[in-house]
Design a protein around this ligand. Structure first.
Ligand code: 0X9
Ligand code: ZN
Length: 424
């Protein structure tokens, strides 16, 4: 009897194979990267809608396509190649293409590991999901992390922009540093005991994964805007003075600074808005690269806020603390006049909504000639070392009571940084 069943199952399997032969390239659902020559693509466009173009290499154009498109191309007899790259599932771990930089999954693993090692000091939770279904993770670091205490909330973010990989590392390494050095470092102890530090290392995980796996220079999220165009600039989608003009953001979906259809149209900014309304911050840092700048409101207009003097003083102190580590100068000033006009960015909305001092830190390098968005693995440790004292200072700033290095602060006036004094 058993033999008969086995035989029958085998027969079914063979029959199944003939009816549904194995796909040559990929399963029907999901996505693949394919390459086509420009000449073939032009022919393809005559009868088909455009594809999501990633990049060009020589004569070949590479596209991200639904696997159904591959079947369609086959049936129309188009010559194309499937690029042999690992395709990430939403939760697929990977370690190769991003070196020491943390992917979404690696960041998530690290946050949960930290929470497990330091259960009293760290709690990880999601504040929402992205368009592609990834969770947006925050780690809260404070003594009695499980409890909401009457302590100032400080909010630290990275990776609004997908290609700015080093901006993930600052918040993530800071979380680790706070937890591992709590017993020994006076500034850390004061921060963890006196504040609730909320750390969101990857604001835009869909974009980051796209940058790691498909196209390194991707900036926006992965919203489909219609007309075969993707992405909203998450840092133009916040609700304060959203779309104030077309200089500080763009109404055009193909622009790298596309502000989205409405204020807070994107899940990333909506999640941050809801979270901060529940946990109003007194101070916020948002890491980006590149440029070596410390920016604060306003971004939407070239005018000073009523708190300009205080925000300038904080930026000056952070710039000095950074300079003292590696001798690299970070300039500082209101965003609009120091970098360029931006409307709908995180700093303006956080400052306007909560009165919190909100800073964007543009990490190294200084310019495109020093690598621009592409930073080396060695740069992670250097950049973190130079930003750490400023991060500790920033959290402590909001905590009343005696300072952690009072003696140092009463010492001689420190040398001012030379803007752009970079050794490379
Ligand atoms: O354009 C941006 O969003 C930031 N620069 S980046 O090269 N990393 O994209 C700058 C944001 C500046 N913020 C304010 N001016 N407030
Ligand atoms: Zn950026």
């Amino acid at each position: 009897m058993i033999k008969k069943i086995t035989f029958f199952v085998l027969l079914l399997a063979v029959a199944f194979f003939f009816v549904f032969p194995a796909q040559q390239y990929a399963p029907v659902t999901g996505k693949s990267v394919i390459g086509m020559t420009l000449a073939d693509y032009r022919v393809y466009l005559k009868n088909n809608p455009p594809l999501d173009r990633l990049y060009r290499s020589g004569d070949t154009y590479f596209f991200l396509v639904e696997n159904e498109v591959i079947l369609e191309l086959e049936s129309q007899g188009f010559p194309f190649q499937v690029k042999d790259i690992p395709l990430p599932g939403i939760n697929a771990p990977q370690t190769s293409t991003n070196g020491d930089y943390h992917s979404y999954q690696e960041t998530k693993n690290k946050l949960y590991e930290l929470a497990e090692r330091f259960p009293n000091l760290a709690r990880v939770f999601s504040i929402g999901q992205t368009i592609e279904g990834r969770e947006i993770y925050v780690v809260k670091i404070s003594d009695n992390a499980a409890v909401s205490e009457a302590e100032p909330n400080v909010f630290i973010m990275g990776c609004h922009h997908a290609r700015e990989w080093i901006s993930v590392e600052m918040p993530l390494l800071f979380a680790q540093y706070l937890l591992e050095n709590y017993p020994t470092n006076a500034g850390v102890r004061r921060a963890v005991e006196g504040a609730q530090v909320y750390i969101l290392p990857i604001v835009n995980p869909d974009g980051l994964e796209f940058s790691i796996h498909y196209y390194r220079m991707w900036r926006k999220n992965r919203r489909y805007n219609g007309d075969f165009c993707w992405g909203v600039d998450v840092n133009r989608n916040y609700g304060y003075k959203w779309g104030y003009d077309d200089i500080g953001s763009s109404p055009s979906p193909i622009s790298e600074a596309y502000r989205g259809a409405d204020p807070f149209s994107e899940p990333e900014t909506r999640a941050i808005k809801a979270f901060l309304i529940e946990n109003p911050p007194v101070g916020a840092l948002s890491y980006h690269n590149y440029g070596q700048q410390i920016l604060y409101p306003w971004g939407y207009i070239d005018e000073l806020t009523p708190d300009d003097a205080e925000m300038e003083a904080i930026a000056e102190e952070m710039s000095e603390l950074i300079f003292q580590v590696n001798g690299r100068g970070y300039t500082y000033g209101p965003g609009a006049s120091t970098i360029y006009l931006t409307n709908g960015d995180s700093d303006d909305w956080i400052y306007a909504t909560f009165g919190a001092f909100a800073f964007t830190i543009e990490l190294p390098p200084l310019s495109l000639f020093n690598g621009g968005f592409i930073t080396s693995e060695e740069e992670i440790a250097l950049t973190f070392a130079e930003n750490l004292p400023a991060m500790i200072y920033f959290v402590n700033y909001y905590i009343p009571g005696p300072w952690y290095n009072q003696a140092e602060r009463e010492g001689p006036i420190k040398s001012r940084p030379t803007p752009g004094n970079i050794e490379k």
